[in-house]
Design a protein around this ligand. Sequence first.
Ligand SMILES: C[S@@+](CC[C@H](N)C(=O)[O-])C[C@H]1O[C@@H](n2cnc3c(N)ncnc32)[C@H](O)[C@@H]1O
Length: 236
Amino acid sequence: MGETLLINPHQLLLVGEGDFSFSLSLALSFGSATNICASSLDSYVTVISKYKKAKSNLETLERLGACILHGVDATKMKVHPHLRMRKFDRIIFNFPHAGFHGKEHNVLMIKMHRSLVQGFFRNASGMLRASGEVHVSHKTTGPFCSWNLEELAYRNSLSLIECVGFKIEDYPGYNNKRGDAWRCDESFPLGECSTFKFRFSQSSKKKSRRTRNKRNANRRPHRFNKPRETLARAEI
Ligand SMILES: C[S@@+](CC[C@H](N)C(=O)[O-])C[C@H]1O[C@@H](n2cnc3c(N)ncnc32)[C@H](O)[C@@H]1O
């Protein structure tokens, strides 16, 4: 088992799972899944129709005591009925990806991926226990490095504490999945990739608020350049 993750007593939340083989790999190494909450964006029916091993992976996870959730949007998960009262030691999203809607270098695609990761960080940062960590495994070559995970995390009060090379052989049985379109059940070449680990940081919260305020102060006011009488009426 890789040093990147995990001690058994940690409460783990996995989001954006494909065929749930990563959650299962962790569970089998622990010999139990009672500390694992594993989730997918897709519904159960979609998951088992997309991935040929998903049904048996899910059955084993359940037998080992995992909590399994489907239809969990990582960008809204903090208000999910089964998650909103819970805090975790590790929140893990392996190879987040918003889908194949264009070439990976396309600026709109990069924007979509960044928006997914940003939404994930915004939610995850409020769902951590003390000393909890958010782990994102991600490719580190272009164009993926231009997503700039560290900046997205920082905007959401998370500071990078470590970045370690991701080795798939550390997770026996894990099959990384494309997750979308007709080749969803195929794996994609990992190439150079790492697990980025973040912790909640009050100081990054303050700094990013200061940067935002400065940016706003430098902007020309739009809303208050109406004639005086209009403004006065609007104030009533
Ligand atoms: C490249 S696949 C990786 C799948 C899996 N994590 C793995 O490593 O095999 C990207 C995953 O991100 C998921 N995803 C995309 N948008 C999401 C969202 N808003 N919330 C949760 N998962 C999302 C997809 O459903 C897909 O499973």
